[in-house]
Design a protein around this ligand. Sequence first.
Ligand code: CAA
Length: 257
Amino acid sequence: MSYEFILTETRGRVGLVTLNRPKAMNALNHQLVRELMDALEAFDSDEDIGAVVVTGSEKAFAAGADIKEMADKTVQQMMDMDFVKAFSRILSMHKPVIAAVSGYALGGGCEVAMSCDMIVASETAKFGQPEITIGVIPGAGGTQRLTRAVGKAVAMEMILNDRTLSAQEALQFGLVNRVVPVERTVDEALKLAEEIASRAPAAVRVAKKMINQAYELSLTDALDQERREFYDLFATEDQKEGMKAFIEKRKPDWKGK
Ligand code: CAA
């Protein structure tokens, strides 16, 4: 499929999506978000892909929702367009999605990164929710996902008073997994994705789902579900292979079944 605002490629068992709207700092207009979700869902249903990386440019991962596109919209038009709802679909994808973030990850850009399962940040990454400066609030999970990631104190400052986090602060507050030199960011994310893609697919899928459930369910319900998922994995060939390989002191040969 051909896209206007993103680029896609495959590296081994990893799908790579690059946001590509350089003149607008990768601002997330309606079409870009649709293209991003289409590409992610295509990789998610591709058997040869085990994980996906989403990145932007060195200057900007994404500077938020497209303010010029939104500025004159009515409530009804925003509700009809409802493009911010799409970000949540990343969570229900089976395969892990890793954001490789350099430069600005602001507003909806920060929210796309937070919707991903992990974030590899470059030393130049800047995370913020500046919606308050244009008279609105985050609409794609910022008030919820950011608060769960960095805690109430920091989230309050970021969302109520436009505080931006440097990459090191984001690491310190648990928003990102690691900070790497800018020129290594995509490669590090791809390496991490490739490692995960080489693991037992069903276990990776269930692990991702259960970690994300930690934010949705009560502890008792989540522990019940985790136990059921653990037992269910004993129906897979990969569980038999993984445990046999351990006992035989060799590398497992995953079948993805
Ligand atoms: N929407 C539309 N256009 C944007 C944009 C955005 N979010 N961010 C940047 N651009 C455009 C600029 O208008 C500019 O276009 P022109 O050359 O046509 O004027 C171009 O990208 C380059 O931007 P700047 O000249 O501003 O570059 P800079 O280096 O001086 O500043 C910046 C960079 C700090 C990212 C600044 O552009 C900025 O503050 N952007 C807006 C950030 C923002 O408020 N994001 C939140 C959006 S609302 C949202 O995301 C809601 C939600 O929760 C879903």
